[in-house]
Design a protein around this ligand. Sequence first.
Ligand code: GCU
Length: 433
Amino acid sequence: MDLGLRFWLSGLKNFLLGRSKPASMYYRPLEGNVQEYKLPDPLEFPDGSTVKTRGDWMERRRPEILEMFEENVYGKVPEGARARDHEIVDKKDGALDGLAIRKQVSIFLAPGKPQPILNLLIYLPRDVVKAKKNVPVFLGLNFVGNHTINDDTGIFMHEKYFPEGMLRGTPYSQSRGLRSWRWPVTSILDQGFGLATAFCGDVVPDRKDGLSRGIHPHYCREGQGQREPDDWGAIAAWAWGLSQAMNYLEGDGDVDATKVAVFGHSRLGKTALWAAAMDQRFAMAIANDSGCGGAALSRRRFGETVRAINESFPHWFCKNFREYNGREDALPVDQHMLLALIAPRPVYVASAQKDFWADPHGEFLSVLHANRVYKFLETTGFPAKDMPPFNQPVFARMGYHVRRGRHDMTLFDWKAYISFARKHFSKKTTKNA
Ligand code: GCU
């Protein structure tokens, strides 16, 4: 059955069962903990004048907001940082029981050096490619290695540094397919999409000492000892890694590089949003349970706060972000402006009911506030005013759902993303719908 129809039917079922209350009612008892706050207006210049034309937004206000995020939140990518060479190290026609074409590509992240390498794993639907079509692709990083997304024994294993506890006691040698529940590869291929992924630790190991072990030392200025206050953190480097993968995808004739949806879960959802903000070649962005530093509004200080995230993960953001520990109101930006940077391209934000740490309501409000920019750019934006009931995706140019359950990325989430991508990547959908 068509996915859109399936969602419509499940919406109808929920309605008939009287389960159609906005999810915000569930969070209301907790809202008393949120102090009053005032968000910066994405459509207002610092001198108080307003953005009046599309040109004002694209050429003046958007770059200004991007720079504020670079300087105060994620940090700046060093000028000229770019991977130049790659090597296709594996190509298998008929992987996954004949369903897929599998490719593995080594992308050399520092020109002229054999390391570090971003190992990109790509699965494409074989029948679509054989029909001489190039395919739209979901591109996202993974937490613990390409081999954990599926038990396909053809996926190379690359032993790397992990954050403590990531494998939860499983020996590395037995970790094939360990995270496969988050990666429904066959469902994605069945719907005519490709999937490309790489391990975030190929760019920067996700550990407090990660910045000295990944890409950073290869692009530091001469004589530079320490990270400058506005130098890139791990999230900016991971996002940059996604752009290096995109450079490869642009040259792969089996891929439709005008239809690459960048996605990620949690810390990698924060990364996907920042990647789409920095690199406008990404045609769509999807952030699953991205929380603080992702889609959630920082000024709400609900769940994870700026101080909490900087103290637990000092390597994720630039050092300047620490200036806002306990001072969220002083930030020149908030996360609705990150979503606005993606406009007019389609963006989807998803939360999970019990994921209080990521502030589901704050993630939703971010969508609503960014909607002003989507509307200003004459797209359909977001088609609702309140948080939809649990498990009921709502989308036009912007999408949102809050899934029942906990912090995770499940088949339910994927079905919504596939539906969203089908809508926007189909020829029938008009440019701004
Ligand atoms: C921690 C962190 C979150 C992050 C999450 C994850 O909970 O505090 O900011 O999103 O890990 O990446 O799973």
